[in-house]
Design a protein around this ligand. Structure first.
Ligand SMILES: Cc1cc2nc3c(=O)[nH]c(=O)nc-3n(C[C@H](O)[C@H](O)[C@H](O)COP(=O)(O)O)c2cc1C
Length: 496
């Protein structure tokens, strides 16, 4: 729309010249066009709103409708606890915290506290003070030489390719400003991940992008080179992701630009296939040997695995192998079937994989039972938009959390649901320069930092209100759910 807007300006100037002859038509039209173009050019110059920059003048309609939203809002009933897109309430809290504007709510709760499924934590008569700067956890078992102090809230895996260069640079800039970690996603480490200087978690999927031979298998030398970058603090082997577990992917040759080819180490212009399974290992023992190889090659950095829980027995077998071989990952990321993606087949998104809470409970309990829980940290995802979402995961047993889609919201995503057709109007999930140019890297990096900082500060306040010293003291006994109209149970009772 930017180009079209500027082009239309010149057309109007020409027509204006013509109509001026037909005085006074030209004069009347000036009254309309002058404010129209003044507003449009102001939109093009501003950096706060990608939508206004990408859609000069017309972008204001969105903000106009947003401003009358409270009146419209009451006619829609929205859930904020399930796998559907984010509700207005969830989006508002992210936008407000990202913009660092007042985020209190007026009048009282807007939830029905007597509805089945309502969840809450209990507070203490003796609140404590918790410092949000202390909300970190050390990742690295006794097998790891370079443990990393991870914030309990970080940016989840989203590749350059699924997100625009400006979005990636803004996420990483936010991570640097706020001292937390940014997961690269499986598309390799791009210059946009590196330039801002934020801490990286390098994710490796079945395509081994950034550490692959030309034939597509794992290349130890390339891995060694990239993993030794000081910015790379941890390495993550992606086994599966909640939105499409067990599904591979294909990047069409048309999209393999010289830049993508260089970042992913793939031939220019040819289709790139990410198979469903890893070629570097075929079973639990192979996976544990691979983890050990990566730890060695990286000089001892923490190595994790990411999975969406599938067959429970397979996970139990993996944990048994860990005990037997005395080899284990430094951390496990548990992603729920409700997880997000840029694009996925409908069946995989809606009907495959264990939902996040059930998966987290299972993974925590199996690790506890095996005696390995102290060695392996658990990171969890789960549509986090508020401090309560984080505290809930920590109560159930996670040590730290990742967020993907709320970070997109903080970047300016309006949930247009166009991530899969390259037409994201906010410039977040697109490779179209005319759309991502409107996303201003510096101001959005500050928003990412704000969202992280404000949310963590709320986490610290809530933990303090619960009368606890820090996140390690959280447990299932503090988290309650209304299971029937007159019955409430805590999570320790719900998941025995
Ligand atoms: C646009 C997009 C791209 C993603 N790319 C990856 C990826 O490359 N690797 C991965 O493991 N997960 C990927 N994910 C999944 C997220 O990392 C995360 O696990 C999931 O969305 C759940 O977190 P959320 O509820 O905070 O969104 C992607 C998600 C989105 C929305």
């Amino acid at each position: 729309m930017r180009k079209e807007f500027v082009a239309s300006f010149f057309v109007v100037i020409l027509l204006q010249g013509f109509f001026f002859i037909k005085w006074p038509v030209g004069l009347y039209s000036l009254i309309f066009f002058v404010p129209f173009y003044l507003l449009g050019f102001r939109d093009l110059r501003q950096t706060r709103h990608a939508i206004k920059s990408n859609f000069p003048v017309f972008g204001h309609l969105r903000y106009l409708f947003e401003s009358i939203r409270p009146e419209i809002n009451q006619y829609f009933v929205e859930s904020n606890t399930d796998g559907r897109p984010f509700s207005r309430e969830q989006r508002s809290v992210v936008y407000q915290r990202a913009k660092a504007v007042l985020d209190t709510v007026p009048f009282g709760t807007q939830h029905n506290l007597y509805e089945q499924g309502y969840e809450f934590v209990t507070h203490s008569l003796y609140p404590k003070h918790v410092n949000s700067a202390d909300l970190r956890v050390l990742i690295g078992s006794d097998l790891c030489k370079m443990p990393y102090s991870l914030s309990i809230f970080n940016i989840s895996a989203m590749s350059f390719g699924s997100l625009s260069p400006n979005a990636i640079a803004a996420l990483n800039g936010g991570a640097r400003l706020g001292n937390f970690a940014h997961n690269t996603g499986e598309g390799g480490i791009s210059p946009y991940h590196l330039a801002p200087g934020g801490d990286l978690i390098w994710q490796i999927g079945t395509g081994y992008f950034g550490c692959r031979t030309h034939e597509g298998s794992f290349d130890p030398e390339l891995f060694k080179k990239n993993s030794s970058r000081p910015q790379v603090k941890m390495i993550e082997i992606k086994l599966s992701q909640g939105a499409k577990p067990g599904h591979g992917g294909i990047l069409s040759g048309k999209k393999v630009t010289p830049e993508i080819a260089a970042i992913r180490h793939v031939p220019l212009g040819k289709d790139v296939i990410s198979p469903p399974a890893h070629s570097a290992f075929q079973d639990a023992r192979g996976l544990l040997r691979f983890i050990s190889e990566l730890r060695e090659l990286s000089g001892g950095k923490p190595i994790g695995i990411k999975l969406c829980l599938g067959h429970r027995q397979e996970f139990e077998d993996l944990v048994n192998c860990m005990k037997e071989m005395k080899q284990y990952p430094d951390y496990i990321v548990v992603d729920g079937a409700e997880g997000g993606t840029g694009a996925a087949p409908l069946e995989f998104t809606n009907y495959i994989g264990t939902p996040g809470l059930d998966a987290l409970v299972t993974v925590v309990d199996i690790l506890e039972k095996s005696g390995l829980r102290q060695k392996i940290k658990i990171i969890s995802t789960g549509k986090i938009t508020t401090a309560f979402d984080i505290i809930k995961l920590l109560c159930i047993g996670a040590d730290a959390t990742y967020a993907a889609r709320s970070m997109m919201l903080a970047l300016g995503c309006i949930q247009a649901l166009r991530c899969n057709n390259n037409k994201c109007p906010a410039g977040v999930a697109t490779q179209d320069p005319s759309l991502y140019k409107g996303l201003d890297v510096d101001s959005k990096a500050r928003r990412i930092k704000n969202f992280h900082q404000e949310t963590l500060s709320a986490v610290a306040h809530v933990i303090g209100a619960m009368g606890l010293e820090g996140p390690k003291e959280l447990g299932r006994q503090y988290l309650f759910k209304r299971v029937e109209e007159s019955k409430i149970k805590n999570y320790a009772e719900l998941y025995r």
